[in-house]
Design a protein around this ligand. Sequence first.
Ligand code: ATP
Length: 333
Amino acid sequence: VTRFLTGITTSGTPHIGNYVGALRPALEASRRPGIENFYFLADYHALIKCDEPARVQRSTLEIAACWLAIGLDPEHVFFYRQSDIPEIPELTWLLTCVTGKGLLNRAHAYKAQVDKNNAAGVDADADVTAGLFMYPVLMAADILLFKAHKIPVGRDQVQHIEMARDMASSFNHLYGEHLVLPEAAIDDTVALLPGTDGRKMSKSYDNVIPLFAPREQMRKQIFAIVTDSRAPGEPKAVEGSALFQIYEAFASNEETAQLRKAYADGISWADAKQVLFERIDREIAPMRERYDALIADPQQIEQVLRRGADKARTRATPFMAELRAAVGLRNLA
Ligand code: ATP
C-alpha cells in the first residue's frame, strides 16, 4: 500500500487555489484503491507566520469544514489536526538532532527572508524566528511519522521533501532502517492559481477568492480580479491573464477553447468575469450548502477531528515508541 500525505496550514480562509491545488486532487486520490491517505490541518505550521489565536482557530474550523464539504469521508482516510498528535513535535526533536544546520541554511523559505533582508540593508536574520528556520524539520516529522511515500506538492515545495529524505537517511544511517524515504509527487496538470492581484493566491496575502464565501461575495471578489485596460471589443491576451488561468483550472478543454475565442473576439472584462463566476459557482454551489451546515456546527467538526486524532495515533504512538527505543530513550508505555 502506498501512503499519501497532504497538509494545509491553518493560517487563514481556504481559497480556490487550495481547492484546485490540494483539496480536489487529494480527494480524487482518496478514491483510488491501494492508497492510504493522510490529510491534516497544519496548525503548528500556522504559528510560524500567524500570531492571532482567533485566526488560527477559525481557520482550523474552516479548513476542516472544507475537506468534509467537498466529500472527504473521514472513515476512509486519516484526517487529523497536527497539534492533536504529540508525537509530531517529539519526532521533530529527534530529527533536529540529526539535521545539519547548513542544510537548513539552504531552505528556500528561510533564504527568501534573508535575501529580502540583505536587499533592504538590514541584519540578515531580521524577522527570522527559529520557527521559520526549523520549518523543514517540522514538515519532515509530519511526513516521516506516518511513513508516507508520496507527498503531492507544488514545485516550490520539492526542496523541503528532499530535506525530509536527507533527514530520514541520516537517522537511518545512525540508528537503523526505521524511516521511510518520501518522494514528492508533482502533478504538472495542477495549476498554481494567481490571486486577484496577479501574485500567487495565498492565505497570507489579501488576494484570495475564498472557496466558500457566500455567492454574492464570491461574485464581488471575482469582479475584483485585476485586468488590463482593454475596452470591450478589443481583443484580449490570454497569456498573463489571471482570470483566464483561473477559468482553465475549472473548465473543460472545450469550455476553455470557447473562452479563448471570446478573448480574441474582444469579450468585455465584465462579461468574462461573469462567465468565470458562473463556471466556478456551478462546481462549488452544492458543496457550499454542505459547508454552511458544517460550519454552523463546530462541535460536530471537533468530534470528527478528535476521532481522527485517535485513529492517527494508532499509527503514531507505537512508531514513536520504536523510534525512542532506537535512539536510547525510555519507553513511555
Ligand atoms: P500560506 O499563505 O499560509 O502559505 P497558502 O494558501 O499558500 O497558505 P498552504 O496552506 O501553504 O497554502 O498550502 C496548502 C496547499 O494548497 C498546498 O498543496 C499548496 O500547493 C496549495 N496551494 C496554495 N496556494 C495555491 C495556489 N495559489 N494555487 C494552487 N494551489 C495552491
